[in-house]
Design a protein around this ligand. Structure first.
Ligand SMILES: Nc1nc2c(ncn2[C@@H]2O[C@H](COP(=O)(O)OP(=O)(O)OP(=O)(O)O)[C@@H](O)[C@H]2O)c(=O)[nH]1
Length: 795
């Protein structure tokens, strides 16, 4: 507790243990049942815009926790967390890395996430299993585009957050402006817990950088950043109540009182009598924890990680204010077939479908990441939600149709360094070896989990018809999966010789298992293998990994944007399907009508409405009729992946199925209805005069005023962009003769291929940009013809 620190008048804290001692200390601490072990666990993520300082801050945390003897440096390429060669080469985080370490008798599982929008799925899967997060904001740039995106992602999972305003040593740093930004752009109440000692408090250097005021404990905090110390020593001393520090305490109490009645009551009590210096630190600290856990406010700390300033108080705040697993609501469960976003009323009543966050109940674990290691095979990262996962335990993968898997070994990961452990306890994160079929987003259950006995009965009833789907259907309790945005860039990949085909296919299979945002498909007409992903950088990193790290001999085609297709007009077709399947005559018939859904930029792949007929025929074999409807939905669902123009997924299209004919149990199989629905849909779509939709990106460009003219004319001209806003950057600018402008524009993504090098040459390397796909929009007829001609190889 911060309060403990407050009791000592003057004290010296020194990081006490080395790497081996640190691991030993963990084991000793968690082997004992003397304290509630769950309350001493923090599952935390670090999230922010690219280059805000996530990895730099994490490396300091590891050093101060005694985990590393030397601080890893992003710029020297020797960090613990960015261990992939591509990460060290580029100086950016590409995949989220997990590490476990101790701080103040607590165990932290920390995930450092990438800041680039192309790797957004890494942030998404980390959010899915985290209990709290630290958001890093650059003190010069304030809240940037990707900070807002990851903040919104965290809000979706209702994750309590602390904000760390980093880079206070840089020219133009302005923490007061950063705090205004947090309030206005992130729409959260900031609770400022530490301020620079001197009243100005903007850019800090020398002694000013070392001395801070802890607003909660009323202590002066001094970081020893002498050459040999790396900031590992922190002094805390009683402060001499300066006016601006008292003012900051009053503002903190005021902010808390507005949301927390107890704070107001104590502040107005006889003992405190409205005097901020008399308010007990314990009361303030407890109130901060309450409002942070309810996500009504976020504590804000300041520092400069690179200069070894402010990281220990951040670690303290993680322990003091972010939730333990037991402080979080039970994760959402879904029964097979229900929508993933909500727990249906029946499920809520059904005790077998609840997750208890209880070490003594049956195991429920969630697989949030898979890494294929050449020696160890698939390494499945899991978070255990209830029960305990023991090594050599048999697990049921409910998402993959109840397939049984055996855990051969369990590991605790220290970035890329594993340590074998006997079990993963409730509330913890760890790695399971030996699982062959588990994928990202799967739920793993104890073989006797109560939800399994129930759903196996109902699933056997559903599987009565001949030729039913070979796809595994989910059984038992299912935790909410991971949302993966649709791919927007693709390129062809080809093995250099027949001997290279197998290694290429194996590498592709492993990489798609690891990365759910990477897709491999086959172009039916050319036979080419197509690789699609989230952006140019994403595919470039995949290509480099294949060629440089895995030494695959393959050639990669040009990067191109991935389009969508939609119905042009209303069109209808009646389709009869009659074939022999496995020496048995089968038959199905139906009418399928397609029509376009309103214009505008939509958000992706989900905009398809399918209207099915009411169950038909007599009630006698109602179960079979239901299965027919399920097969039709399945058939149309699969057909939606490939449009009729260029084979891109279909969106913004309404599909109506009617006049379904039933030919009796002997002829009517689900396989026939599935195939009939798919082919009828394909024919109707072809008749509808379909149109292509192209991905539209929102780009934010930060550019000095002297170059804005050329950037604007390039955007409006060859890139066919539409400027949404052009403002002065509100980041502090030292050069008033050349202020920084912020240009936001909507641009067809296809025109932005290779934009980073064009922008570099337009602005002599002085501008930066971020880009995010916001949806898909219609193209002019002439442009569509051009794309079709190019894609079909006529030009
Ligand atoms: N001046 C200054 N530079 C810093 C500070 N913290 C980080 N940096 C620098 O900022 C750059 C980016 O730091 P990273 O830690 O890689 O940032 P990141 O947020 O992890 O970046 P991505 O993971 O690629 O999104 C590096 O050159 C760091 O040395 C700081 O406190 N002050």
């Amino acid at each position: 507790m911060l309060l403990r620190a407050c009791l000592a008048t003057s004290r010296r804290l020194r990081s006490p243990f080395g790497l081996a001692a640190c691991a030993q200390r963990h084991r000793a601490l968690y082997a004992t049942d003397a304290i509630d072990p769950l309350s001493r666990v923090r599952n935390i993520g670090i999230i922010a815009h690219i280059d805000a300082g996530k990895t730099t801050t994490t490396e300091r945390m590891l050093h101060y926790a005694g985990f590393t003897r030397k601080i890893g440096d992003v710029d020297d390429g020797d960090t613990i967390m960015d261990y992939l060669p591509a990460e060290r080469e580029r100086g950016i985080t590409i995949q989220s890395a997990a590490i476990t370490f101790g701080w103040r008798d607590h165990q932290l599982h920390l995930i450092d996430t990438p800041g680039h929008v192309d790797f957004t799925v890494e942030v998404e899967r980390a959010m899915r299993v985290l209990d709290g997060a630290v958001t890093i904001v650059d003190a010069v740039s304030g809240v940037q585009a990707q900070t807002k995106t990851v903040w919104t992602q965290a809000s979706r999972y209702q994750i309590p957050r602390i904000v760390f305003v980093n880079k206070m040593d840089r020219d133009g740093a302005n923490w007061k402006k950063a705090i205004r930004d947090i309030e206005t752009k992130l729409s959260v109440r900031p609770l400022v817990l530490m301020i620079p000692e001197y009243a100005g408090g903007e850019r800090l250097e020398g002694r000013a950088l070392e001395c801070w005021m802890d607003v909660v404990t009323m202590e002066r905090v001094v970081f020893d950043i002498g050459k040999d110390n790396s900031g590992a020593t922190v002094w805390r001393e009683r402060w001499d109540h300066s006016a601006h520090a008292i003012d900051a305490r009053e503002r903190l109490i005021e902010a808390l009182s507005e949301i927390d009645q107890r704070t107001l009551d104590v502040f107005l009590s006889d003992e405190v009598d409205g005097d901020p210096t008399k308010m007990p630190a314990a009361e303030i600290s407890a109130a901060i924890r309450r409002v942070t856990l309810s996500s009504l406010a976020s504590p804000v700390l300041l520092g400069a990680s690179f200069r070894n300033i402010g990281v220990q108080p951040l670690l303290d705040a993680i322990i003091d204010y972010l939730p333990a697993p037991t402080d979080r609501p039970s994760p959402l469960a879904q029964s097979p077939g229900s929508t993933p976003t909500q727990l249906s009323k029946t499920d809520a009543k059904d005790r077998s479908m609840q997750v208890y966050l209880d070490p003594s109940s049956r195991l429920v674990a969630f697989a949030f990441k898979v890494i294929v290691d050449q020696q160890r095979g698939p390494m499945v990262f899991v978070r255990v939600y209830s029960g305990t996962l023991d090594s050599r335990m048999t697990l049921v993968n409910g998402t993959q149709g109840g397939v049984k898997e055996r855990a051969t070994k369990l590991l605790q990961m220290y970035a890329d360094l594993p340590e074998e452990i006997p079990s993963i306890a409730c509330g913890h994160i760890g790695v399971v070896l030996g699982l062959k079929q588990t994928k990202t987003g799967d739920t793993l259950l104890h073989p006797q989990h109560p939800s399994l006995s129930k759903s196996s009965k109902s699933s056997s009833k559903r599987h009565r018809m001949i030729g039913d789907s070979a796809e595994p259907s989910a059984i038992g309790l299912q935790l909410h999966g991971i949302d993966v945005p649709p791919p927007v860039f693709f390129c062809a990949v080809e093995a250099d010789s027949p001997q290279d085909v197998r290694p290429l296919n194996e590498a592709l299979a492993n990489m798609t298992l690891e990365d759910p945002s990477l897709h491999v498909s086959q172009d039916d007409e050319t036979g080419q293998t197509l690789l699609s992903g989230m952006g140019e950088l994403h595919l470039e990193v995949v290509r480099d990994r294949m060629l440089k790290d895995l030494k695959i001999n393959a050639s990669f085609g040009q990067m191109r944007v991935s389009y969508r297709e939609m119905a042009g007009l209303e069109a209808s077709t009646e389709f009869v399907y009659a074939r022999d399947i496995a020496n048995k005559a089968v038959k199905a018939a139906m009418r399928v009508t397609v029509s376009p859904i309103a214009e505008g930029v939509d958000s992706g792949d989900s905009d398809v409405e399918v209207e099915l007929p009411e169950p038909f025929g007599t009630d006698e074999s109602g179960g079979q009729r239901e299965a027919v409807l399920a097969a039709i939905t399945d058939g149309i669902g699969s057909a939606l992946f490939r449009g009729t123009l260029l084979g891109f997924p279909v969106t913004r299209t309404a599909v109506r199925v009617s006049d379904v004919q039933y030919f009796g149990e002997d002829l009517s199989t689900t396989a026939a209805y599935r195939a009939c629905a798919g082919q009828a849909f394909f024919q109707a779509l072809k008749l509808s005069n379909p149109v292509l939709l192209e991905p539209i990106a929102k780009s934010t460009i930060l550019c000095p005023e002297s170059h804005i003219g050329s950037v604007l004319s390039d955007l409006n001209g060859v890139r066919k962009g539409r400027v949404l806003s052009l403002d002065d950057s509100d980041a502090e600018n030292l050069d008033s003769t050349n202020a920084t402008k912020v240009l936001v524009a909507e641009v067809p993504l296809s025109t932005m291929v290779g934009y980073s090098s064009s922008l570099r040459s337009l602005t002599a390397g002085s501008a930066t940009f971020t880009m995010e796909v916001v949806g898909f929009g219609a193209m002019a007829a002439q442009q569509q013809q051009q794309v079709l001609r190019e894609s079909l190889g006529y030009e």
